[in-house]
Write a new protein. Structure first.
Length: 121
């Protein structure tokens, strides 16, 4: 695998662009389920964090989790249409999408995107 597909140890937009829709959905599902497991392995009782993630997801998408995965993959595609974002790690693109879904303003999103780009220099 090309070293251009990673920024540090994290896969980036160049990697993302090479994936099929199924591959992208698999990545998103793995990341979301992996994040969901973190509270169960933390030293403190963090189940409340997991419950908050589940409730927020349900409030945004109801029981249509397939829509969550497809829409997230499509939103990440949109993020990487900007060539300056190609080196940004996929997990950071997912955070950008989460901020957008949760109602961040255009200015907040632009500032976050600019900060992600600056972090690569």
């Amino acid at each position: 695998m090309s070293t251009l597909m990673k920024t540090g140890v994290a896969f980036n937009g160049r990697f993302w662009d090479q994936l099929s829709l199924d591959g992208k959905m698999g990545y998103v599902i793995g990341a979301i389920e992996g994040i969901g497991e973190v509270p169960f392995h933390a030293k403190k009782d963090c189940a409340c964090v997991f419950d908050a993630v589940v409730e927020t997801t349900k409030s945004l998408y109801g029981e249509k989790t397939d829509a969550l995965y497809i829409e997230t993959a499509q939103a990440i595609d949109g993020f990487y249409k900007e060539p300056a974002n190609k080196r940004i790690p996929v997990i950071d693109a997912m955070k950008y999408v989460a901020k957008k879904v949760c109602g961040a303003t255009k200015q907040e999103l632009e500032e976050y995107e600019a900060a992600l780009r600056r972090s690569l220099k």
